[in-house]
Design a protein around this ligand. Structure first.
Ligand SMILES: *Cc1c(COP(=O)(O)O)cnc(C)c1O
Length: 241
């Protein structure tokens, strides 16, 4: 069990995993005619002690993904964030926006107008323009947050109207699939949606990030156009809740 290893051993494991993941990402990128450096590796930090998050940063990871406001605030002072950006990726209640608005660079989990207005209001107060991604419930699962795929274009157009928000792309967590072809189908739909919106050239909208792919599916996600993969388990090992 991971927790019985010494700190040094665990840090060495993280270094090895990041190196291997990098090679896999680069290999997949090249196989599909893309540049390895166009794909960003995010380290998802939930439940992970700051010492190990710093190990990943030490390996050159430059984007962290945070799920919970409280956990982030309690760990943030121990992170070595120089040169890193932090993205909120977990479901965010609008009354919590004020606690993180000056402490994150992007909010990936935006799926309601209420959240948009709160982010806009708090970003205005903080004197910044917040990057956001629209979260898409690509499998239309009742248990998941995110926008209905058919509602995304309208939502992006609405979001574009807020002066302290910069729409920067889309995020999704596809359903768990038995067949890889079903999974790839969901990634494909996301990619098409992403291209669709890019083509519309909406003012104040830059489709820079297509955030999809986690520990179990980041290679197929890259094959289908992802340019940011969000990895927790693959970097840090299994989580202890
Ligand atoms: C936990 C989490 C991840 C990472 O999951 P792993 O399977 O551990 O890589 C990615 N995205 C979101 C939104 C998460 O909550």
């Amino acid at each position: 069990m991971t927790e019985n290893f010494s700190n040094d051993e665990r840090q060495r494991q993280i270094q090895e995993r990041v190196a291997r993941i990098r090679e896999e990402i680069a290999g997949e990128a090249v196989r599909c005619g893309r540049k390895p450096e166009d794909i960003t590796l995010m380290a998802v930090t939930k439940t992970v002690d700051p010492i190990y998050v710093n190990t990943a940063i030490g390996c050159g990871v430059r984007v962290l993904g945070e799920n919970r406001v409280q956990e982030y605030l309690s760990k943030r002072d121990d992170y070595r964030l120089d040169g890193c950006s932090v993205h909120m990726i977990g479901h965010l209640q609008s009354n919590k926006v004020k606690f993180i608005v000056d402490k994150v660079d992007c909010i990936q989990s935006v799926d309601s107008v209420k959240l948009l207005s709160e982010i806009d209001k708090e970003s205005a107060k903080a004197g910044k323009k917040m990057k956001i991604l629209c979260e898409v419930n690509i499998g239309r699962e009742e248990s998941k947050s995110g926008l209905d795929p058919d509602a995304v274009v309208d939502f992006v157009e609405q979001a574009a109207g807020f002066s302290h928000i910069q729409v920067s792309g889309l995020m999704a967590i596809p359903p768990i699939c038995d067949k890889i072809s079903d999974l790839e189908d969901y990634f494909d739909r996301m990619y098409n949606l992403f291209l669709d919106i890019s083509t519309k050239k909406i003012d104040n909208v830059s489709m820079d990030l297509l955030s999809m792919g986690m520990s179990g599916d980041y290679l197929p996600a890259i094959r289908h156009g992802s340019n940011m993969v969000r990895l927790g388990t693959a970097i840090f090992g299994r989580r202890n809740y």
